[in-house]
Structures are given as structure tokens and as C-alpha cells.
Write a protein that binds this ligand. Structure first.
Ligand code: NAD
Ligand code: ZN
Length: 355
């Protein structure tokens, strides 16, 4: 059985494309006295980008602080706030920011139509009712969140996405101008998330020609961005991110992401930097990828922090190992069906001890 793969149906790409958001929303404003919700990374509060939002009438601006990666609690609170704001659902939810903000917009649009808490839907294909129309506008590139069928949330029991066909954005606006002002380290860490998606996809057992085509192209684009400082780097990174996302959507990530989830869930390390820290200890699994990754770090003068200290408690270590080993599809993609024999708990611990 092959998966029947749904993709984002409408995409606008190009410098200044953000200006078309108003026109995109016009035919969607169908509810009399209705409104649109703009979920904006609060790094843009008071900036030109905020002023350019095509807001009108009862539209609602929701600035979000993404210092911590999105939690199910935050989603439930935002949905509650929107429900209190109006008796009807909005005509659209627009997410403008990096992976965190886009994931928040996806989750809010799903939870406005589905009952209960967002924590109830962390898993695969648990959503039954289509979401409110939602648009993604990345301001940071690499995660592939713009193109993926998941929105990753930290819940009371686990860090896991709401994976469903309804999670996918209905529309993307990819405007390379928006990723221009990202601080260098953040640009690097999130960009490496994309690089690592490709390395893991290409080295995995689930690889097929569909995934390979996207990963190879994405990897070429990453090299142009991170080695050649290409003049169209912003355009290229934006496309690399989408293609990396397309690749893993039809294959899977691997050991690096599995380990990064351990330090992310237990120690609160963010996704991009967490993947970099994990990649840095995985020479035995991804030798060439690690080598290239370190060359890119050197080229951009990046030093990774240590996150697992001597003072880590045995209980924390156990939780990190369990979180990591629970990601069965990732390990299976990386090491094959007998992955459990190849990845005992002490081997996982040894990786963590080096991070
Ligand atoms: P992010 O969204 O967490 O943002 C990181 C920082 O960059 C924040 O401080 C933010 O305010 C800032 N920022 C964003 N755009 C900026 C800009 N243009 N200029 C200046 N600062 C800017 O970072 P991310 O790496 O894009 O996303 C990580 C999140 O994405 C995690 O929550 C992770 O779980 C999620 N993720 C989702 C998927 C998916 O498929 N849904 C895939 C991978 C990761
Ligand atoms: Zn990732």
C-alpha cells in the first residue's frame, strides 16, 4: 500500500509576495461581520511587517511569544480566546513566523473545529473535522513546517505532532524578503534542520525516488547557501526548506531527529539547535553528513553549547532515552527492522553524554 499523499494546494513564491495576502483573503471573507485571525511572531511587534498586515473590520491580531516551543496548553488557551472573541469561527487563520508560529497557526485552525484539547490529537490521523482555512507565511526557513502535515506540540505526556491531512496549510506565501533579518545563529540552526532532513532521508531505508528527488535538490540548495553564500541565498533556502519537507513527508527522518527529541522534551532545547547538537555526535551513523555539517559550522563560525552536563539526574537521563527510543519509525528508517538490537539504551546514553 502506498500512501495517498496530500500537498499544499496553493503557493505564491517571490520577493514582495507578502503584499498579495490581502487579495488572497478577499474571496475567503465570506461570513457577514466575520473576521480573520493573524498569528504573528511577536518579534515583529511594532515593525513594518506588522503594519503591512491587511487587517480590516473585526480582524484579530494575536502576537505569539515563541521563546518556548508551542505547548498544547498554549493552543487550548488561544482557541478559548478566539471563541470568546466571537460566536462564529474566523474565516481564516494566518500564521506568520518560523516553525513555531506556523505550527501554532496550524494547531489553532484545527482545534477551532475539533472538540476537546489539542493534546487529544497528538498522534497520527486522529483529526476528523477539516480545519478553518489557514495560510502559512514563513519568516525563517529550514523546518519544512510550511509544507508538512504536522504541527509539533509539547503536551502533558509527550512531544508529538498533530499529523493529519487537515493539518496542511491551504495556502502558502513564500516571500524571501521576510527571512532577510534573521540573526545568524538562528538562521544557521534552522537551516541545518533542513540539511539534516535531507541527510536522514537519503540515508534511510524508507528512501524512494520521490523522496530522493526532493532531498538531492534540497541538499544542493543548502550547499549553495551554506558554502557559496549565493546572492540568491534567501530564495534558495526557502525552496530548500520546502523540498526537504517534501522529502521527509514521503520517507522519514532518522537518528538525529530521534535524539534531538530527547534533549528537546526533557531539557527544553529548541528543535534546530537540538538537531545540530545531535548531528555533531553521529559520525558513526552519518559520517559524510557530519563531516559536511562541521565544515558548514566552521564556515559560519558557529560553536555549539554543551547541554548535557555532569549534573544530569538519572531520572532525566532515563526520560531522554525513553523519549528517543519511543520514536520507532525514525529508528526503523535509520537502522532497519532490527533497530532495537542495534540501538540498546546504553548506546543512546553514550550519545547523550557527548552532547
Ligand atoms: P522558531 O519559530 O522557534 O523561531 C526561532 C526564533 O527566531 C524566535 O525567537 C523567533 O522570534 C525568531 N524569528 C523568526 N523569524 C524571524 C525573523 N524573520 N527575524 C528575526 N527573528 C525571527 O524557529 P524554527 O526553527 O523555524 O522552528 C522551530 C519549531 O518548528 C519547533 O517548535 C519545532 O518543533 C517546529 N518544527 C515543526 C516541523 C513541522 O513539520 N511542523 C518540523 C520541524 C520543526
Ligand atoms: Zn527537523
Amino acid at each position: 500500500m502506498y500512501r495517498n499523499f496530500r500537498i499544499v494546494p496553493q503557493i505564491i513564491f517571490g520577493r514582495g509576495a507578502f503584499n498579495q495576502l490581502g487579495d488572497v483573503l478577499k474571496p475567503r471573507r465570506v461570513t457577514e461581520g466575520g473576521f480573520v485571525v493573524f498569528i504573528l511572531d511577536d518579534v515583529f511587534t511594532g515593525t513594518e511587517l506588522e503594519r503591512r498586515l491587511p487587517m480590516q473590520g473585526r480582524d484579530l491580531l494575536v502576537p505569539v511569544d515563541v521563546t518556548n516551543e508551542p505547548k498544547t496548553r498554549l493552543i487550548d488557551d488561544l482557541v478559548e480566546k478566539i471563541r470568546r472573541y466571537a460566536p462564529v469561527n474566523p474565516d481564516g487563520v494566518i500564521g506568520i513566523g518560523g516553525g513555531s508560529t506556523m505550527d501554532i497557526a496550524k494547531a489553532v485552525s484545527l482545534m477551532l473545529t475539533n472538540p476537546g484539547s489539542s493534546a487529544d490529537y497528538q498522534g497520527w490521523d486522529l483529526i476528523e473535522i477539516p480545519a478553518v482555512y489557514h495560510v502559512g507565511i514563513p519568516t525563517l526557513s529550514g523546518t519544512g513546517a510550511e509544507i508538512s502535515r504536522t504541527c509539533i506540540l509539547t503536551g502533558p505526556k509527550k512531544k508529538l505532532g498533530i499529523n493529519s491531512d487537515y493539518t496542511l496549510f491551504d495556502q502558502l506565501i513564500l516571500d524571501p524578503e521576510l527571512i532577510n533579518g534573521v540573526p545568524k545563529e538562528q538562521w544557521f540552526y534552522t537551516g541545518m534542520d533542513c540539511f539534516i532532513h535531507n541527510i536522514e532521508s537519503l540515508a534511510g531505508c524508507m528512501l524512494n525516488s520521490f523522496s530522493r528527488a526532493y532531498a538531492e535538490k534540497s541538499l544542493d540548495l543548502c550547499r549553495e547557501v551554506f558554502f557559496d553564500d549565493h546572492p540568491e541565498s534567501d530564495e534558495k533556502l526557502m525552496m530548500a526548506s520546502c523540498f526537504g519537507g517534501m522529502s521527509i513527508a514521503y520517507s522519514q527522518v532518522g537518528a538525529c531527529h530521534a535524539l534531538s527529541y530527547g534533549i528537546s522534551y526533557v531539557l527544553g532545547v529548541h528543535h534546530g539547535i537540538g538537531c545540530c547538537i545531535a548531528m555533531n555526535v553521529l559520525d558513526d551513523i552519518y559520517p559524510q553528513g557530519c563531516e559536511e555539517f562541521r565544515q558548514m559550522m566552521k564556515r559560519h563560525d558557529i560553536t555549539l553549547p554543551r547541554v548535557v552536563g555532569e549534573d544530569i539526574s538519572p531520572a532525566e537521563m532515563e526520560r531522554m532515552i525513553t523519549t528517543t527510543l519511543n520514536l520507532e519509525p525514525l529508528w526503523e528508517n535509520c537502522l532497519g527492522s532490527d533497530w532495537r538490537d542495534k540501538m540498546p539504551r546504553d548506546r543512546v546514553e553514550a550519545y547523550f553524554r557527548r552532547m
